[in-house]
Write a protein that binds this ligand. Structure first.
Ligand SMILES: [Zn+2]
Length: 352
């Protein structure tokens, strides 16, 4: 049973008047009392859900001088006192103009935590296959924002992994797509031996707390600049960077003011440091992409990497991850429209 605001105020005043010993006794007791786990979304409307999680700010200018401005289609609208534009709760989120109820989104994100294939997901959420596909990348585009705030500290392992460039997808009705090379069967091999422009390089960094960043940096072997394009801003000052013998990392460790442990070729351990966790990260990523999803198009690879970061690699139970993902994805600033999917570059990095 919830207590009333006036009862809460009494509690506050009583606490303010308590002696320091009484306060510390009380706080110990509070910390021992089991807390309810983060409750799953119960609100059946967008507004109630979003209202719980954020104070409205103007999505156009960021101002907090907001006035209520009536309702449209049963939803609260606001007007910004500074820039005079009007908006609702869902502006600039992936829920904008969504015609499905929040419970469907919730269910969909649950399916994503289970890494369910599209057809199964579409059936479970009672939606069209094309919608299920569009939603997958809407959700993952939004999830990419989560990586921006990741700061790797402690022991940070950095390395690259390679995937063959893939043009997987249905191009039958496309007027613009042209296959730049002879088609090959999924999996298959590159026509050249070793590293070449046929492989896309995914640069990754992980720490022992199971935080991670990863993104496509280039084709073939990366330069220092290309490694930096992924790792810049994500390695905390004073971290210990553990890397292979790639020369680029020396410069980066200097720039990030991190100590650097460089593991030479044909060795696995230096002073007790290794890149075993990174190897695990890569093999789980490859398992998900090549085995679980039977290969993914290079244009969507970045999205699968962030999915992998959360679902396979981050710490926590499935329920916790589901709450984190839902709360983040549904409220973060991300405008995702279907046209954006069509306009994606087949290879999302600079091709030299
Ligand atoms: Zn404004």
């Amino acid at each position: 049973m919830a207590i009333t605001p006036s009862q809460l105020e009494i509690l506050r005043q009583l606490f303010a008047n308590a002696t320091p010993e009484q306060k510390s006794d009380f706080l110990t007791w509070v910390n021992k009392t089991p807390q309810a786990a983060t409750s799953p979304v119960t609100a059946s409307t967008f507004d109630a859900f979003l209202m719980e999680r954020k104070a409205p700010v103007c999505p156009h200018c960021g101002s907090v001088h907001i006035l209520k401005n009536g309702h449209a289609n049963g939803r609260q609208r606001f007007v910004c006192k500074d820039c005079r534009t009007t908006f609702g709760f869902t502006n600039n989120t992936i829920l904008h103009q969504s015609k499905k109820d929040l419970s469907v989104w919730s269910l969909y994100i649950g399916c994503m935590i289970q890494k369910m294939p599209l057809r199964k997901t579409a059936k479970a959420c009672k939606m069209n296959l094309a919608t299920a596909f569009a939603w997958r990348h809407k959700v993952l585009d939004a999830l990419t924002n989560m990586m921006e705030s990741v700061k790797l500290d402690g022991v940070v392992e950095c390395d690259e992994t390679y995937e063959l460039v893939s043009f997987k997808g249905n191009h039958k009705n496309s007027s613009t797509f042209q296959m730049p090379r002879k088609p090959r069967k999924r999996g298959g091999r590159a026509s050249k031996r070793g590293l070449s422009k046929e492989q896309v390089c995914v640069t990754c960094g992980v720490n022992l707390g199971h935080q991670s960043v990863g993104r496509i940096s280039n084709l073939g072997k990366p330069s220092c600049k290309e490694l930096a394009s992924v790792l810049d801003g994500h390695v905390a000052e004073g971290a210990v960077m553990v890397t292979d013998s790639h020369r680029g990392y020396c410069k980066l460790a200097d720039a990030y003011r991190a100590s650097h442990i460089r593991i030479p070729r044909k060795r696995h351990v230096v002073n007790g440091f290794n890149i075993q966790l990174m190897n695990y990260y890569h093999s789980a990523l490859k398992g998900m992409i090549n085995w679980h999803f039977r290969g993914v198009a290079t244009k969507y690879l970045n999205n699968y990497v962030v999915w992998h970061n959360l679902v396979n690699f981050a710490r926590g139970s499935d329920e916790e991850k589901e709450c984190t993902m839902r709360d983040f994805v549904l409220t973060t600033k991300c405008v995702s429209v279907w046209k954006k999917n069509l306009a994606r570059e087949p290879i999302p990095c600079k091709v030299a």
